[in-house]
Design a binder for this molecule. Structure first.
Ligand SMILES: [Zn+2]
Length: 553
């Protein structure tokens, strides 16, 4: 509501346009606009201003406004994650422990949902991939065979100017400079083993795994035989890995303890891809374009393969699968690109490597690596273990090593950042953040509110909660105004807010509010669980009942 007021200041009259707005159940006064010194002048100006306001807000000024996409820095994101209970710095009460993070009550749910969706998409729903769960402290010979013990190190250096420690690649020694512009002190340079060492029993040295992949290779033969697989097939694993990073940074992006979701996909050497390359379009950044200082080009993955930019059909296929998983769960495709490793970047075992990259607030960075490892790992483990790790080829009647044509390797925490960053919106009308997570990923699926603190409403609300809890993570919330409860849940990414009101007692139905548009629908309590299940699965919640007119008069 806008209205003209006259204020008397030092004996003179001034006209202002004031606006009252309801927020969190209270009337709030918005900043007033100066209209002039005479009533006539004020009325004219107010009319012009309101007409402009109506024009600016579009034809239907009563409809819910579009949510505004908010770009935030990684530091702001960390603050938000802490405030809401997604992520805390580990050991915070003791001043924090750099490179380690704890997940709070919302964070653990989001993380579990990400892992479950990944497993469903890559294992359960496919048929050609099985899983394992290997140990974290592993046989030391595994890391000897894999090359990690001898090669998995960085060079530790100290900046002459700002005195900060950093790590650089061996090849950058003498060339690389610190972010502050200072040179590194070459005398300070020393090799730094990235694996965490521990002791088993009194004397035996062992390591915390720096990647999950080697557990797949060391178990390969058993899994192959016991699961009765034929090539091509894959082995997947989700689990923790540890790297003693010299300079952990960018919140969850580079930490010392993290979780990987990995697949080793085994094929017979030279075999063509059995699956269709997903029909996805994405920015493609070839090694050649990088070397010639050209920009990445948007094209279909199939086209990139046909033009021989992506050399292997399997790579094009897996890049498409990885990208489509993110898209399916609501990530913004504009923030993704694929980048080929230049020759000087290729790992010792890899002949071609592509990364799925994401535009983080601090720039384009690796999200998921799709390395081609050949048969390097199995050959190494056979050599060191002296066990026959070859399999029998029915066609040639000979024994052979299968090759890992693709190793999609994704960090759980990096995916976590992607979904929160892409889901982070702001509503001016509601004056709060709206975390537009795909309902499958949302930590809390529904919040149930009794409209007032009275026994009959509370009892019905608790009954609804108990029923929904059989299937979903649901919360009961009775504190604060309805507006405050909505905004709290918008920020947590809760897709559905369920209110028990006077009509609920009589009609046995509830109001369900959809987070993204604030539209509401009345649904019978007996149909609620099924409606929620379908809505989380991707259907529109508004079709499961009668729409509620929430437009303010
Ligand atoms: Zn420096």
């Amino acid at each position: 509501m806008a209205f003209i007021v006259k204020k008397i200041i030092s004996g003179k009259g001034y006209y202002y346009l004031n606006e009252n707005k309801r927020a969190d159940g209270k009337v709030k006064k918005k900043a007033s606009i100066y209209l002039g010194k005479t009533k006539k002048e004020a009325e004219k100006k107010a009319k012009e201003f309101l007409a402009k306001l109506k024009k600016d807000s579009g034809k239907n000024s009563d409809a819910e406004e579009e949510l505004e996409k908010k770009k935030i820095s990684i530091e702001e994101l960390a603050v938000f994650c802490k405030r809401k209970g997604f992520v805390y710095q580990s050991g915070e009460i003791y001043g924090g422990f750099a490179g380690f993070w704890d997940f709070g009550h919302l964070g653990v749910e989001l993380k579990n949902n990400i892992k479950n969706e990944w497993w469903k998409f890559h294992v359960t729903q496919r048929g050609d991939i099985v899983g394992i769960d290997g140990s974290i402290i592993t046989h030391p010979m595994i890391w000897k065979a894999s090359g990690h013990l001898d090669n998995f190190s960085d060079v530790f250096v100290i900046c002459k100017k700002c005195k900060k420690p950093n790590k650089i690649d061996k090849r950058e020694l003498g060339k690389a400079k610190c972010d502050c512009g200072g040179e590194y002190d070459e005398k300070s340079a020393k090799d730094f083993q990235l694996m965490f060492k521990t002791k088993v029993g009194e004397t035996e040295e062992a390591y915390l795994r720096p990647e999950t992949a080697q557990l797949i290779f060391s178990n390969f033969k058993s899994v192959y035989e016991n699961s009765r697989r034929k090539l091509p097939f894959g082995i997947a694993q989700i689990g923790k890995a540890f790297r003693n990073e010299i300079a952990p940074r960018d919140f969850l992006f580079r930490s010392r303890e993290f979780e990987q979701m990995e697949i080793e996909y085994f094929v017979k050497s030279g075999s063509i891809c059995l699956y269709k390359i997903p029909n996805e379009e994405i920015l493609v950044y070839s090694a050649e374009a990088q070397e010639n200082n050209q920009e990445p080009v948007k094209m279909k993955l199939k086209e990139a393969f046909e033009k021989e930019i992506i050399k292997k059909d399997w790579h094009a296929y897996w890049l498409g699968i990885s990208f489509s998983w993110f898209k399916k769960l609501g990530a913004n495709p504009e923030n993704f690109r694929i980048r080929q490793h230049r020759k000087d970047e290729l790992a010792h075992y890899s002949s071609d490597c592509w990364d799925l990259e994401y535009k983080f607030p601090f720039g384009w960075r690796e999200l998921e690596g799709i390395a081609d490892r050949g048969n390097f790992d199995l050959v190494q483990h056979e050599k060191f273990s002296k066990k026959d790790l070859k399999i029998f080829d029915e066609e040639t009647k000979e024994k052979m090593f299968p090759e890992v044509v693709c190793e999609p390797s994704l960090g759980v925490e990096r995916s976590f950042l992607v979904f929160i960053l892409d889901g982070y919106y702001y509503s001016k009308k509601r004056e709060n953040v709206v975390l537009k997570l795909n309902p499958k990923l949302s930590p809390i699926k529904a919040a149930v509110f009794p409209i007032v603190k009275q026994k009959e409403f509370e009892n019905l609300a608790k009954m609804v909660v108990e029923d929904l809890q059989q299937e979903f993570f649901v919360v009961y919330d009775e504190s604060g105004s309805i507006g405050r409860r909505y905004s709290r849940n918008d920020e947590s990414g809760t897709p559905y807010c369920i209110t028990i009101d006077e009509k609920s007692l009589k009609n046995k139905d509830v109001t369900v509010r959809w987070r993204d548009t604030a539209e509401q629908v009345r649904i019978k309590i007996k149909d609620l669980r099924e409606a929620l299940r379908k809505a989380i699965g991707g259907e529109d919640i508004l079709k499961f009942g009668k729409a509620v007119n929430t437009r303010k008069k």
